[in-house]
Design a protein around this ligand. Structure first.
Ligand SMILES: Cc1ncc(COP(=O)(O)O)c(C=O)c1O
Length: 379
């Protein structure tokens, strides 16, 4: 291809899709419009105000008063890695609950941060009971307990409250991956006693992918302050980042750290505004209602869910593929009808579909559209 061909190439004109996979979900048009507003500098007084308001709204969504609450530049993974690299020093003991693929990733991140990792595992679809954490910590203390709240690979909710309380009783910090849960079901950082949590922009919060919302509480900040050595990361160094985002909230001197993704933060600001305008409780209820509507519709098609009912997530539904039905053919036929759903993960590949009801897509009309399309395709 010549240079001229490349330059006169194809314009971006993505097809319209109903995104009912594990994320991204469809952002509200107002969020997409926010993304195409005028560019301003990342130290412009206007942008500094946007940063402050974004932090304030994000605290409300995480249900925390933690000052250190920001959308990290980079996807959800960047925020989770930031937590691990700041809280863990080489040689620290860390306990990680693994109930699926995303727990495995947390364990791998902790290992790469130099931790001595002990894994508490449960079979896909199940959770780790709090008593196992208690036993593990009684046998040997740990600096950090890390767990995934909403395991996107299995559709299971790992309850946090009890685990966080007993981890604290044993002197351990608690870090939670709430990438899939935040904005779609209760996440109570302060009330649960969570020291650090990381999420994403593109699922139940309804912004485009690209940001990793994180929050760090006082015990986490204290642990970072007591580190014997600097974190091995420069980009994700909490101390350096908050010289830009503001150390205390009162300091208006912001030092350059990296060029914030201005347009992404505009979109995220708008998404947070919409979440809070709806109200968190109403939004959680809407996700629960959507889940019920989906399960009803699936039942009528003779389809069942993989995850045991007592710890099913509302926003991520893992559906058993009936015998003799071709996974890829069904997903392909749905995509031809403009609907994206996802396949299963790891051992569940080819055996399950994953249907996300996230943000705007936790909506009865969209669920009816999916059920109608599935009925056609399966027939
Ligand atoms: C539970 C969980 N953790 C972490 C991630 C990674 O987030 P991101 O893709 O935004 O980096 C995902 C993404 O789907 C997830 O579902």
């Amino acid at each position: 291809m010549s240079d001229k061909d490349t330059r006169s190439g194809v314009r971006i004109e993505p097809p319209e899709r109903l995104l009912m996979g594990p994320g991204p979900s469809n952002p509200d048009p107002a969020v997409l419009r926010a993304m195409s507003q005028n560019m301003v500098g990342h130290l412009d007084p206007y942008f500094l105000e946007v940063m402050d308001r974004t932090m304030e709204m994000l605290r409300a969504v995480f249900r925390t008063t933690n000052h250190h609450t920001i959308p990290m530049s980079g996807t959800g993974t960047s925020g989770l890695e930031m937590i691990m690299l700041n809280l863990i020093e080489p040689g620290d003991d860390v306990v990680v609950a693994v109930i699926g693929y995303f727990g495995q990733r947390l364990a791998e991140m902790a290992t790469r941060a130099g931790a001595r990792v002990r894994v508490l595992e449960a079979p896909f679809g199940e959770i780790v009971e709090p008593e196992r954490f208690a036993e593990e910590l009684r046998n040997r203390p740990a600096k950090l307990v890390a767990l995934v709240h909403a395991e996107t690979s299995t559709g299971a909710e790992q309850p946090i409250t009890e685990v966080a309380a007993l981890a604290r009783d044993h002197g351990a910090l608690v870090a939670v991956d709430c990438v899939t849960s935040l904005g779609g079901m209760p996440v109570e950082v302060d009330a649960w006693g969570v020291d650090a949590a990381g999420s994403c922009s593109q699922k139940c919060l309804g912004a485009p992918p690209g940001l990793g919302p994180v929050t760090f509480g006082p015990r986490a900040i204290e642990a970072v302050g007591k580190r014997r050595s600097k974190p091995s990361t420069w980009y994700m160094d909490l101390g350096l980042l908050f010289k830009y985002w503001g150390e205390t909230g009162a300091d208006k001197q912001r030092a350059f750290h990296h060029t914030a993704p201005v347009s992404s933060i505009f979109a995220f600001h708008e998404a947070l505004r919409l979440v809070l305008a709806e109200g968190l409780e109403s939004r959680w209820q809407r996700h629960r209602d959507a889940h019920k509507a989906l399960v009803d519709g699936l039942q009528k098609l003779g389809l069942t869910l993989f995850t045991p009912e007592h710890h099913r997530l509302p926003m991520l539904n893992v559906i058993n593929i009936p015998d003799g039905v071709d996974d890829a053919r069904v997903r392909g036929a749905l995509l031809e009808r403009g609907i994206e759903i996802a396949g299963g993960f790891g051992p569940l590949q080819g055996k399950t579909w994953r249907v996300g009801l996230m943000g705007m897509n936790a909506d009865p009309a969209k669920i009816q559209r999916l059920i109608g399309a599935l009925r056609e395709v399966l027939a």
